[in-house]
Every structure is written in structure tokens, then in C-alpha cells.
Write a protein that binds this ligand. Structure first.
Ligand SMILES: NC(=O)c1ccc[n+]([C@@H]2O[C@H](COP(=O)([O-])OP(=O)(O)OC[C@H]3O[C@@H](n4cnc5c(N)ncnc54)[C@H](OP(=O)(O)O)[C@@H]3O)[C@@H](O)[C@H]2O)c1
Length: 296
């Protein structure tokens, strides 16, 4: 079995490479430099050369504020790029696993979002990802769309790494306390994808949308506070009270609007595949230990 992976140097891409490393499945992993999903010719060349059995699209423009500032760029990758990948799945008649986001919802629902809830994105990133999903549903030969949220890991740029780098320097941070979501460990998504691929031929894994996010919902403030506590308990930072809450209305750092309450109900994925994501505290610890290991 051969997989063509796009966005291979991103958080999820790196985790997928790790998870599949010792398996019987070959992953042809393409970074943006090797395969730009906005370039149809590059996609066709890669497909012809590697003849994959499955595509995993982990490539995206994920900077939410930049997407608001430069929507054309976000749309070229998250919409047109996704469409190109959907077209490749159709032309070569192979399944596509595509990754999407909680930001396709507006955050006004008071309990967790289900897979078939109405989408209503409130920023350009969310809209570009929503349009990408629609193309894939319309085009792909066989698709699975995984919506996830608040990805963190030891790889690339992410909230956990930013908080950790700052608290290690002893900096006090004000973090928004009125946006709630489910932090998701990138390795858990990669493991879910591994499990999905094993079951691609079963009926419940075909042309489906799955929500897959961490078990624990919290605000950005609570997430940052937990990172601080874990890092303090392990002796990597000197204080455990460096995080203060702030209302998003007083925080001037964001350009794009964010959903207030973007909890994904992941029960369908958990149940269909008997999965349990890593406990948040343990996933934070694993990420911190890997960051420390890499720095040595
Ligand atoms: N990060 C989150 O919190 C989050 C939350 C919900 C859903 N998601 C979704 O989950 C998926 C994986 O996210 P992630 O956190 O792994 O994102 P990430 O770390 O930003 O990785 C995305 C990768 O895609 C690459 N890329 C950008 N434009 C490309 C193009 N035109 N062609 C090919 N590759 C391109 C990026 O390269 P450069 O860095 O060089 O541009 C990067 O390596 C994405 O679909 C994202 O929308 C993410």
C-alpha cells in the first residue's frame, strides 16, 4: 500500500510520517516545495510517478489572521488546492483523506458540533476550508473528511510551543478566556488516520465526515495554564502562575474573528473505531519532552 501525503512538513504531516514509519505502508511524503497543491501539473507528475493507493491531504494555509489579511492566498490553497486534490482522487480513482477544521462552524452552538450540523464560517480561513470540503465531496472518488481543532505538537508552529517558549523565559502572558475548544494532539489524528486506512474498505469508512478532536474542552487560557503547570511540575519553568485571563474584546492581537465555542463532538469517530485520544495533560507532557529532547 502506498500513500501520497501532502503538507508533509506541517504538524500533522510530521506526525503521520512518524506513525507510519514502522508500518507496512509506504508514505511518499511531499512538502510544499516538492508538491504545491495549487499546481495541477505537480500533482499529476507525483501521481504518475508514485501511483499511490490513497491520498492524504494535510496541506493547508492555517494562519487564521493571515487568511483574513490575504484571503486570495488562503482560497488558492484551501479551496483551489483542495479541489485539485479532489480532482486527482477522481481521475486516478483512489480514496482521499482530507483534513478540515472546527472553524467551518460559527461557534454559536451551545453543545458540541455534529458532523451534519450547518456550517457557517465567520472568517476567511473557515470559509476557504468550507469551500474546499464542498469541492472534495463533489469530486473525490471516495473521500473521508476529518474535521479537527486546536492542533498542537512538538512540530512546526503552534499555541503550545509559543506558550512554552515564553514561559521558559519567565514571561507573564495574558491569554483569552472566552473562546472554548478542544485541543488535539497531532499524533492522535495521525493514529486515527492509520486506523481509518485499515478500515477503508468497510462501509462506515466510505464518503464520511468525521469529527476528531481531543477529549478535553477548555479555553485558550485554561490550555495555557495547564501547559504552565505541566512545565513547572517537570522543572522546566520556574513559576506556575505566569498565565492571566483576558477577554477577547480586550485582546488586540487578532485580525480574524474566532468562534466562541467550537467544540467538536467526536463520538462517532471514537465509537466507530474504538478510539480514545491521549489525555490532554499527557499529550502536553509528551510535546514538551520532545521539544526539550530536540534542543539537546
Ligand atoms: N493547526 C490547527 O490548529 C488546525 C485546527 C483545525 C484544523 N486544522 C487543519 O488540519 C490540517 C493540518 O494542520 P497543521 O496544523 O498540520 O498545519 P500546518 O502545520 O500549518 O501544516 C500545513 C502544511 O501545509 C503546507 N502548505 C501550505 N501551502 C501549501 C501548498 N500550496 N501546497 C502544499 N503544501 C502547502 C505548509 O507549508 P508552509 O508552512 O511552508 O507554508 C505546512 O507544511 C490542515 O488542513 C488544517 O486546516 C488545523
Amino acid at each position: 500500500m502506498k500513500i501520497l501525503l501532502t503538507g508533509a512538513n506541517g504538524q500533522l504531516g510530521c506526525s503521520i510520517k512518524e506513525i507510519f514509519k514502522d508500518s507496512h505502508i509506504t508514505v511518499n511524503a511531499f512538502s510544499k516545495t516538492d508538491l504545491d497543491i495549487t499546481n495541477k501539473k505537480q500533482i499529476a507528475l507525483a501521481m504518475d510517478e508514485f501511483k499511490p493507493n490513497i491520498i492524504i491531504n494535510a496541506a493547508a494555509n492555517t494562519n487564521v489572521d493571515n487568511a483574513e489579511k490575504y484571503p486570495d492566498k488562503a482560497f488558492s490553497i484551501n479551496y483551489h488546492g483542495a479541489k485539485n486534490i479532489g480532482m486527482a482522487s477522481k481521475d486516478y480513482n483512489i480514496p482521499l483523506i482530507h483534513v478540515s477544521t472546527d472553524f467551518v462552524f460559527d461557534g454559536d452552538k451551545k453543545d458540541g458540533y455534529l458532523e451534519n450540523d450547518t456550517k457557517n464560517p465567520i472568517n476567511s480561513y473557515g470559509l476557504s476550508k468550507h469551500r474546499g470540503e464542498e469541492e472534495i465531496i463533489g469530486l473525490a472518488s471516495q473521500f473521508i473528511i476529518i474535521r479537527t481543532s486546536w492542533i498542537f505538537s512538538e512540530f512546526g508552529k503552534n499555541f503550545l510551543k509559543t506558550i512554552y517558549q515564553n514561559i521558559k523565559l519567565g514571561k507573564k502572558l495574558k491569554i483569552v478566556s472566552d473562546q472554548v475548544g478542544c485541543p488535539t494532539y497531532a499524533y492522535d489524528i495521525a493514529e486515527f488516520i492509520f486506523t481509518l486506512i485499515d478500515s477503508l474498505h468497510s462501509s462506515f469508512a466510505q464518503n464520511e465526515i468525521y469529527h476528531f478532536a481531543g477529549l478535553h474542552s477548555c479555553s485558550w487560557y485554561e490550555f495555557a495554564n495547564l501547559i504552565n503547570k505541566v512545565a513547572f511540575n517537570e522543572g522546566f519553568v520556574e513559576k506556575d502562575d505566569l498565565i492571566e485571563p483576558i477577554e477577547s474584546s480586550s485582546y488586540k492581537g487578532n485580525i480574524a474573528l474566532r468562534p466562541k465555542y467550537s467544540i467538536l463532538n467526536s463520538n462517532k469517530a471514537y465509537k466507530d473505531f474504538s478510539l480514545r485520544p491521549t489525555k490532554l495533560q499527557n499529550a502536553i507532557l509528551k510535546s514538551i519532552l520532545s521539544i526539550e529532547n530536540d534542543e539537546r
